[in-house]
Design a protein around this ligand. Structure first.
Ligand code: GLU
Length: 329
């Protein structure tokens, strides 16, 4: 009789091993490689994409997805590369997500027409406009940039494209600056501290490497970005919000500085399978405390906000599958 119990017990054990859910069972199919677009190495996009890939790759034996993060020119480059199929997923500003989906906002997006296959996955950190100027430049507000030497971002960045529409809205053109440059983020702090530029303009999360390096290397202060043009833009576009550069985060900048900005969002297209997006989202959301510790700009993230705030393209079906399964939707 005892032997019989043992046989039944062993049978149940084997059966439960065979019916083990996909969660922990080793993955046996072919490997899927995904490439994530980010930004310059001293921004926040680059470590964000790196953090996502790190969590995805930790579970590689379970889902067979290998994730690699690439440094790129930024939002607009990333969206165009998702459209052309060179990148699978990427980080991009909420304003350019909005315009790409609708085929509005800038000439190249209008020419290409609405990018209807673009999909939101989740939003990440806020990106307030930063105007960081040499302390001896006399620049206290964004309007003081007139007649100055300013770096306004590389050509594929969301920053530069944002700058162009904002500066125009303020009633200015490029000719109103003494000199316009588009320095890469790693070259910018030294250019400012060596007095080759008076200020730089950037849409980036806080704290960021670029702002930290600059304010540590020399005396630099954030200029206020406020006025009628900000009020009008914020009431016109749902993806814009008033914000502050938080005080006490960077040396020599003890007080909050008023500004406005966008949100960083994680995007894909319908070309990426539901299963892949599901696994990527699951890797981040099921290791959320670890994810938040991977960069200080993530400290205030909340899942409930990340699945809706700043997202203007439809959610990817793979993301919806996870959010429903996790009871977030
Ligand atoms: N928002 C920036 C852009 O697309 C990139 C910021 C970052 O790299 O963190 O231009």
């Amino acid at each position: 009789m005892k032997a019989c119990y043992w046989v039944v017990g062993a049978f149940i054990l084997i059966l439960s091993a065979c019916t083990e859910t996909g969660n922990n069972a080793p993955y046996k199919g072919t490997e899927t490689k995904i490439f994530l677009g980010s930004g310059g190495t001293t921004g926040v996009y680059y470590p964000t994409a790196g953090a996502i890939c790190r969590l995805v790759n930790q579970r590689r034996s379970r889902h067979g997805i290998k994730c690699a993060a690439e440094s790129t020119g930024g939002s607009v480059y990333n969206i165009n590369s998702i459209r052309s199929g060179e990148l699978d997923m990427a980080i991009a500003q909420s304003d350019w997500q909005y315009h790409a989906y609708r085929g509005t906002g800038k000439a190249s997006f209008r020419d290409a027409g609405p990018f209807l296959d673009l999909r939101s996955v989740f939003s990440v950190h806020p990106e307030p406009v930063a105007v960081l100027a040499r302390a001896d430049s006399g620049i206290a507000t964004v309007g003081d940039l007139v007649g100055k030497r300013v770096s306004v971002g590389v050509s594929g960045s969301g920053t530069r494209n944002f700058w162009e529409s904002m500066w125009k809205k303020m009633g200015y053109s490029y000719g109103d600056l003494k000199e316009t440059t588009g320095l890469k983020s790693p070259d910018t702090p030294k250019a400012l501290c060596d007095n080759r530029i008076d200020a730089f303009f950037w849409l980036v999360g806080n704290p960021s490497g670029i702002n930290k390096q600059t304010t540590t290397m020399c005396d630099a202060v954030f200029a206020r970005v406020e006025g009628t043009f900000v009020n009008e833009l914020v009431s016109e576009y749902s993806y814009l919000r008033k914000a502050v550069i938080p005080g006490g985060v960077y040396p020599g900048n003890p007080d909050d500085v008023p500004t406005f900005g966008v949100g960083a969002t994680f995007i894909a297209s319908t070309a990426v399978s539901d299963e892949t997006v599901y696994q990527v989202v699951k890797a981040v959301f099921e290791n959320f405390q670890t994810f938040k510790r991977l960069h200080p700009a993530f400290a205030r993230l909340r899942k409930s906000e990340m699945i809706k705030d700043s997202l203007t393209a439809p959610l990817h079906a793979g993301a919806i599958r996870y959010y429903k399964e996790a009871g977030l939707m």
